[in-house]
Design a protein around this ligand. Sequence first.
Ligand SMILES: Nc1ncnc2c1ncn2[C@@H]1O[C@H](COP(=O)(O)OP(=O)(O)OP(=O)(O)O)[C@@H](O)[C@H]1O
Ligand SMILES: [Mg+2]
Length: 264
Amino acid sequence: MNASAELALHEVSKEYLSANGTVQALRDVSLSIVRGEFVAIIGASGCGKTTLLRLLAGLIAPTRGEVKVREHSLWHSGKRDTGAAEMIGMVFQDANLFPWYTVEENIYLPLMLQGATRQQCLEKARELCHLVGLAGFERSHTAELSGGMRQRVAIARALCLKPSILLMDEPFGSLDAMTRERMNLELQTMIATINATVVLVTHSITEAVFLADRVVALSPRPGEIRAIQPIEFPRERKLEVQADPRFNLAVQALRQALCVEGEK
Ligand SMILES: Nc1ncnc2c1ncn2[C@@H]1O[C@H](COP(=O)(O)OP(=O)(O)OP(=O)(O)O)[C@@H](O)[C@H]1O
Ligand SMILES: [Mg+2]
């Protein structure tokens, strides 16, 4: 399985140097993700989930260990492999949109930065608006959108350069329960359409179990892998799957893995 890994972390540790000294965010994390797999990462606030995603995206370098995308190391003597970055789209913890730009401008920005023509940009934005359920809102300003719509824009922008790997950091964290449920259903359809490998960070154990093929539970900081729970239900899933006893068993197992005695 390792041989065909799309993404891999080998004994990765990350330490940050801050004014208050060294912060160890992750310790000895090894994980291999195959093409097309959907992996969810859960863990307490501050346990290193965003750090893990930023390492996979090549936005930061590991202090120790190796990060690989399709068997290629992301870092060579402190320099990042730029080719790998093109395969990756990232949705950040806050939607990170430009409020003075329209929906379509926010979406096609990465393409424009690559030098595409205005026509190409507009066509791409139209296609992506359709995919994420924003058709008709291309010219709206993002300040006029609901939270769920803003997250759709962020997802569309992450998909603009046709990444084969999508990294999502708490994309639905700020949404109400019903919108979140709908976004979860729609996300599955979007992922199936583009056939991407996905790593999703979430605070919600049920969201993780609902969406993922495997759920990785991290310990409190420094984040170490405490459990990896396979979720056997075939994708795309319907909400009814949550009533299946196996769904609840998986949720319970992960809850236990996160709440080891002596911790909150
Ligand atoms: N640039 C940085 N400099 C110093 N410390 C940092 C930096 N980024 C993160 N940290 C620290 O590393 C630890 C892990 O942070 P990270 O953002 O990865 O956690 P998280 O699991 O994503 O938390 P949350 O669930 O609240 O988003 C925290 O203690 C944080 O304070
Ligand atoms: Mg975070």
